[in-house]
Design a protein around this ligand. Structure first.
Ligand SMILES: Nc1ncnc2c1ncn2[C@@H]1O[C@H](COP(=O)(O)OP(=O)(O)OP(=O)(O)O)[C@@H](O)[C@H]1O
Ligand SMILES: [Mg+2]
Length: 244
């Protein structure tokens, strides 16, 4: 019975109003906490836009990036991955927190962040120890793990390449939360190894020059669209597709 309810999309966990409470999903994960809301609908629109792009060319590994900190990459990545998991019960979905600097995915989803990507890339654990299965959804998450002194070096290393190869074999859709591209090299390192990068742009705060510079930093990566986040003061992101 429980399973039937979840399959019907009625899975609504109790959410504590206290932000950051352990084992509680953050309220901003609207795709899970408020699936009927306008914001959740916008994430569905974004997801199906991506699905249509996938009909033109396969895109398994998608990274979320932005020019500057705080533009909404993590909230978008988490909601998009959950939307994917709810939309396709037969697909295996992975969310990777590749922001080894200000990792938030584990906090937002309410689970422990260690061990995670950082330990995996340092050879301290195996992938099965690092991934979490998120409640009753089809979502698997790889949190960031402990902070490290040299995130760029770790992300540029052979183990990261091996990991990306392995996840391509084992998942149908992979969403990667990246750090901002202007201050750090990480996005420029990982972006070209993905099938597509979505640029999150905070409405009314990031200048077009900053966005252009960020795109230059990502040279070599396939930027497939942008998400204008927080438009008109509302919590509704939407996707504008680049003409390609
Ligand atoms: N559409 C939105 N409406 C309202 N608040 C939002 C929206 N998107 C993000 N936020 C808030 O803005 C802040 C930054 O969001 P988030 O952590 O997703 O950004 P980020 O780009 O991942 O930041 P960082 O560069 O630090 O990793 C958070 O407090 C988040 O809840
Ligand atoms: Mg983030």
């Amino acid at each position: 019975m429980d399973q039937t309810m979840q399959r019907a999309g009625n899975f609504l966990p109790r959410v504590d109003e206290t932000e950051g409470a352990r084992n509680e999903v953050d309220r901003r994960v609207v795709s899970l906490t408020a699936p009927a809301s306008g914001a959740a609908e916008q994430y569905r629109a974004l997801y199906y836009r991506l699905e249509r792009m996938r009909e033109l060319r396969p895109m398994k590994v998608i990274a979320l990036c932005s020019a500057l900190p705080g533009e909404g990459k993590t909230v978008t990545a988490v909601n998009l991955a959950l939307t994917a998991a709810r939309a396709n019960l037969d697909r295996r979905i992975l969310l990777v927190d590749a922001d080894l600097r200000r990792s938030q995915v584990a906090k937002v989803l309410g689970f422990r962040s260690k061990p995670g990507l950082s330990e995996l890339l340092q050879g301290e654990c195996e992938i099965q120890d690092a991934v979490r299965h998120f409640r009753a959804t089809r979502l698997t998450a790889l949190p960031s793990g402990a902070s490290t002194e040299e995130p760029s070096q770790l992300l540029a290393g052979r183990r990261m390449k091996d990991l990306l190869r392995a996840v391509r074999d084992n998942f149908d859709e992979v969403y990667i939360d990246l750090p901002p591209s202007l201050p750090f090299a990480d996005a420029a390192i990982l972006g070209p190894q993905t099938d597509g990068v979505l640029m999150v742009i905070r409405a009314g705060s990031t200048s077009s020059r900053q966005v252009s510079l960020a795109l230059e930093h990502l040279a070599g990566a396939a930027v497939v669209g942008c998400v204008l986040n927080g438009a008109e003061g509302s919590a509704t992101p939407y996707l504008k597709s680049y003409a390609r």
